[in-house]
Design a protein around this ligand. Structure first.
Ligand code: F6R
Length: 601
């Protein structure tokens, strides 16, 4: 949560800062702020506003010219979303500014000590204690901001990405990270620091990865990385493969819509070069069980993964909410393979569950979309999905590629453990290859959903039903609707309805049902479940690969093997949630209260 950008170079800093914040707004949009040095040794120019970036932009009139600066977009944790709690935070002289992503866990104690030493606090944030600590440390370190940052990092607990600058050295920005992301963008005569490469990709494609507990100093012509003892670290440089245009809306009204339509390409890109195997450097034979850990949409992808891995790989799979996992002290050991799924690769709940599993001797395979992310780096092996940058807060194309990753892992295990013969492998690979074209077909036929959506836009609640892999798909459909339309929505296993949830059905309750494939034994069972809800007044929208006559509305999808069906059946659910959000006048790309990358527990 929270987006961070720093710029130092030869050009005016304002444009790259605001442009960077726009790209990072998906990380939080409770407030935005910037700090710019104007005159050496004088107070910094600072402007910050509660609400979206637009509120800040509206007051940036006659902004002084400066060739360096820092900017922040916030997802509030400590202290409400007010102007005062917005970052940057300043020292008492107004010359030192700090921005932060993460949580300083020992801030209450630090604040009490700092107040005793005479520091005046203005905000309710945990971050403000860092700027006061840094201000004291600068005095001890003769104004050396990097040395001061190293000493402050040793005193603070929790997770953080920090950027700091002081007007005594206006072209110099110092950053540090622990458990939260920070990347360096290396330009020509200009350098960047940001939470995500999307913030500077239109300026440079050369980036540096920063490790845990590292401090970085940038000027227009230099980048120096050290560990907390001050030793120089040779950080890994890499070229960003994403195109700058991938982080633009490209003619679509919202990023989410663009990303829904990018799914065929994202699926194809994730499959490329993997038909012959995954090159994971993992010996699957030694594992007695697999545990999948993930959150939200990634968790739903994991649930589908369970079906594929158990069927093709014949190995027991548990799927766990990462936020719950480590706290119940689960039993796992060297014979456990843990698969951590995370688009961002930075989700704190998933990272902490991963570290717990690692400490118990489990092998970690991660499925990530973001190169160089913490989860990828801390895993024994990583299977990267190739969804490209996903900017809309609600995940769509990343989910599709996570499903593909699950199928590929299931296939790999099936092959390696000898449960799939050559012909089966060829057949599954062929079916996977056909998926991009089939998703394309679904996208061409979702039009009727627009009208249907308007019909149900004022419904009290929408229920989603599915069986087998249709059940996690129903959960995903309900999650999308909740987060985008702010409506009550729930996903149920079709057979479970009669055990309680059927009491929710009233006259006119919309129910979205995902029909299993016609050849599956479950198609008839699902048809009965649909009859049960219709008999009680529900209006049923069925998503089906065949001409199912038992629903009020039918959305047809192409035929695929039942296991692969979520790739197709989720698309109308994404479109439904999108259209519903538009119809209800909601902010599609930045739904209320959310942030894309959840870097707090
Ligand atoms: C929902 C959504 C979230 C994420 C979850 C995990 O649309 O995007 O539920 O799936 O926060 O995020 P990652 O995959 O980055 O770990």
């Amino acid at each position: 949560m929270c987006g961070i950008i720093g710029y130092t170079g030869k050009n005016s800093a304002l444009a790259p800062l605001i442009d960077g914040l726009r790209k990072l707004e998906y990380r939080g949009y409770d407030s935005a702020g910037i700090a710019l040095p104007v005159e050496i040794g004088q107070p910094l120019y600072i402007e910050k506003r509660a609400g979206k970036l637009k509120n800040l932009e509206d007051v940036l009139i006659n902004t002084p010219n400066s060739t360096s600066g820092i900017g922040h977009t916030r997802w509030a944790t400590h202290g409400g979303p007010t102007d005062t709690n917005a970052h940057p935070h300043l020292d008492n002289e107004g010359k030192l500014a700090v921005i932060h992503n993460g949580i300083i866990e020992n801030y209450v104690q630090l604040r009490a000590e700092l107040e005793k030493r005479g520091h005046k606090f203005k905000s309710e944030t945990d971050t403000e204690s860092v700027v006061h600590l840094l201000s004291d440390a600068r005095k001890e370190h003769n104004g050396d901001l990097a040395a001061s940052m190293r000493s402050v990092c040793k005193q603070i607990k929790g997770s953080f990405t920090l950027l700091a600058m002081h007007s005594d050295a206006p072209a110099h920005i110092v950053g540090a990270r622990r458990n939260s992301p920070l990347v360096v963008g290396i330009g020509k005569g200009e350098n960047f620091l940001a939470s995500d490469v999307a913030a500077f990709i239109s300026h440079t494609k050369i980036a540096l990865e920063l490790g845990q507990d590292e401090v970085v100093e940038i000027t227009p012509s230099s980048v120096v990385v050290t560990d907390l003892s001050g030793q120089i670290v040779n950080a890994k440089q890499y070229e960003i493969s994403w195109d700058a245009s991938a982080a633009e809306r490209g003619g679509f009204s919202h990023f989410m819509l663009k990303e829904i339509y990018e799914q065929p390409k994202a699926i194809a890109d994730t499959l490329i070069g993997r038909a012959d195997g995954l090159n994971l450097n993992i010996k699957f034979k030694k594992f007695e069980k697999i545990v999948i850990i993930a959150c939200g949409t990634a968790y739903n992808a994991g649930l589908v993964g369970k079906y594929a891995i158990e069927k093709w790989g014949q190995i027991p799979v548990d799927v766990e909410l990462a936020s719950e996992y480590r706290y119940r002290e689960p039993s796992l050991n060297k014979k456990t393979l843990v698969i951590a799924i995370s688009q961002s690769g930075e989700t704190m709940d998933t990272l902490m569950a991963l570290r717990y599993a690692k400490s118990k001797g489990a092998t970690i395979l991660s499925v990530c979309n973001t190169n160089g992310s913490t989860i990828g780096r801390e895993s024994d092996s990583t299977l990267y999905t190739h969804a490209g940058p996903e900017i809309a807060v609600a995940s769509t194309k990343a989910f599709a590629t996570q499903l593909i990753a699950m199928y590929l892992i299931g296939l790999e295990i099936g092959k390696k453990l000898g449960h799939l013969n050559k012909n089966q492998v060829i057949s599954i690979n062929e079916q996977l290859t056909q998926l991009p074209a089939k998703v394309e077909q679904v996208l061409e036929t979702v039009e009727p959903l627009r009208e249907l959506t308007r019909k149900f836009k004022d419904a009290q609640s929408i229920l989603f039903l599915g069986r087998h892999v249709g059940y996690p798909t129903a959960l995903e459909g309900a999650l999308k609707l909740k987060e985008l339309a702010y409506m009550h929505a729930e996903g149920f296993a079709g057979g479970e309805l009669k055990h309680g949830p059927i009491a929710l059905i009233d006259k006119g309750t919309p129910v979205v049902a995902i029909m299993p494939t016609q050849d599956s034994v479950l198609a008839e069972k699902m048809a009965s479940n649909i009859q049960e809800v219709r008999a009680r007044g529900a209006v049923v929208i069925a998503i089906s690969e065949f001409d199912f006559a038992g629903a009020d509305h039918l959305i047809r999808i192409p035929n695929v093997d039942l296991l692969l069906q979520p790739i197709l059946s989720v698309v109308p659910l994404q479109v439904l949630a999108y259209e519903m959000a538009v119809a209800r006048g909601n902010d599609v790309d930045q739904p209320r209260n959310l942030a894309k990358s959840v870097t707090v527990e």
